[in-house]
Design a protein around this ligand. Structure first.
Ligand SMILES: CC(C)(COP(=O)(O)OP(=O)(O)OC[C@H]1O[C@@H](n2cnc3c(N)ncnc32)[C@H](O)[C@@H]1OP(=O)(O)O)[C@@H](O)C(=O)NCCC(=O)NCCS
Length: 158
């Protein structure tokens, strides 16, 4: 049995979610494909470890497609990331596909999604230039000192 649990977000989580997204992404506003998403208002799941929130996934459903807007696990390699993804795949049951955007610097996430059955659908070169106009706090340099430039779209067909 894992040491963590996955549960639906409920209305009492809002302050924690806003703080958590701000800590990890600079703000609860997440930009993908030139659109701003208020991730703290979206549906999602929380992973709790020893009864404390330790991971979060948010998603949105539009026209039969489910986008994972944010995913963070603060206690890595326990299977929390995988479990959060599986919760969204189950919630997206009526959709054609689940998709998400990550950035070219996030090599760990790219590997992680590939290992979860997601396939690289499209690369949008230099798309982060557009995102920075909407969210200027997006840093120039990302994981492993790699400049953040491109959006990578991964998808999981249901
Ligand atoms: C990407 C991220 C969500 C992964 O979360 P995680 O909780 O470590 O995910 P998991 O534990 O499910 O899987 C991580 C790895 O541990 C392995 N693992 C899973 N359960 C395990 C266990 N019980 N023991 C040892 N290893 C385990 C998995 O096989 C996986 O390895 P793989 O990707 O090479 O297959 C996390 O690293 C993160 O929050 N990163 C920063 C934010 C980010 O980049 N988010 C995505 C942006 S789009």
């Amino acid at each position: 049995m894992p040491d963590f649990e996955i549960r639906n977000i409920d209305h009492t989580d809002h302050a924690w979610i806003t703080g958590f997204l701000t800590e990890h992404w600079g703000s609860p506003l997440i930009v993908t494909r030139g659109k701003i998403h208020k991730a703290d208002t979206l549906p999602g799941f929380i992973a709790t470890y020893q009864n404390k929130p330790a991971g979060l996934i948010t998603y949105r459903i539009e026209r039969g497609e489910c986008e994972i807007v944010s995913l963070n696990s603060t206690i890595e390699n326990l299977g929390m990331g995988r479990a959060l993804i599986e919760a969204v795949l189950a919630a997206a049951g009526g959709c054609k596909r689940v998709w998400l955007i990550t950035t070219n610097d996030n090599l760990h996430a790219i590997e992680f999604y590939k290992n979860r059955g997601f396939a690289l659908r499209t690369i949008y070169p230099n798309a982060i230039q557009v995102s920075r106009k909407l969210k200027p706090s997006i840093p120039e340099i990302g994981f492993d000192g790699i400049p953040i430039k491109d959006e990578l779209e991964f998808e999981y067909l249901l």
